[in-house]
Write a protein that binds this ligand. Structure first.
Ligand SMILES: Cc1cc2nc3c(=O)[nH]c(=O)nc-3n(C[C@H](O)[C@H](O)[C@H](O)COP(=O)(O)O)c2cc1C
Length: 210
């Protein structure tokens, strides 16, 4: 399914548990033929290996091809950037990108985003989204949450950042881990305005095939 004229979307993966959410989001958005800018922290690489047995190369072009192959999507939709690639368009408010998702979002990245400590490209890109009043979605994952974590989330929410914690529901009676992952990805896609026709909604518990 093609979503016409959707602007490129920035997807950042940080080192919280939940790499499958990011992978599935990338897959569904690429299948909608949306250009994606991918930012992956060093800790996210470790989590990706641990959770999905997926070891990424350091070279950015190779990395994009590996992700495309892993997800069975066309590499032409993926552009990977390094953590210090300050010349990337995502580092500037002059870019035409309107949406960014940090999924999963670690408590470390959450804290740095909340305080504007732009020490890497992920944090710089989130800082840009906030200063430009664009759409920033964070998918934090930790449990239990400390007052520090909750305080950062409240501060960010007050600034208009969308906080979508990785908390899948069970009322759609998931049969598999994929069902749980898609539950979260459906909600993330709602908040970046992409409807691929596959989302489960209240009162509609039958997922359409791809
Ligand atoms: C397998 C694994 C799972 C982790 N899970 C979480 C988590 O769920 N939430 C979290 O905040 N940090 C988690 N961490 C710790 C972060 O990766 C660590 O704080 C890291 O410094 C975050 O860096 P980043 O924000 O630059 O990605 C996990 C680390 C590993 C290796």
């Amino acid at each position: 399914m093609t979503i016409e004229q959707h602007k490129p979307i920035i997807i950042a993966m940080t080192g919280a548990s939940g790499a499958p959410y990011a992978l599935r989001l990338i897959q569904r958005l690429a299948k909608c033929e949306i250009q994606l800018h991918l930012l992956i922290s060093d800790a996210a690489r470790v989590v990706l290996d641990k959770e999905s047995n997926f070891i990424l190369s350091a070279d950015l072009k190779t990395m994009a091809q590996e992700i495309a192959d892993f997800l069975d999507i066309d590499v032409k939709y993926l552009t990977c950037w390094g953590n210090k690639d300050w010349m990337s368009p995502v580092a500037s408010g002059s870019s035409d990108m309107q949406d960014m998702v940090v999924v999963p979002c670690s408590m470390g990245s959450l804290a740095r985003i909340a305080t504007g400590a732009s020490s890497n490209l992920i944090e710089r890109a989130t800082d840009v989204m906030m200063k430009e009043r664009k759409n920033l979605v964070l998918v934090p994952r930790e449990t239990p949450l400390s007052e520090i974590h909750l305080g950062h989330m409240l501060a960010l929410s007050k600034m208009g950042v969308r906080i979508i914690p990785a908390m899948p529901g069970f009322y759609h009676q998931p049969k598999s881990m994929d069902d749980l992952v898609d539950f979260m990805v459906d909600r993330i896609m709602d908040h970046i305005g992409v409807d691929d026709g596959g989302a489960l909604r209240w009162g509609n518990t039958e997922r359409k095939g791809e």
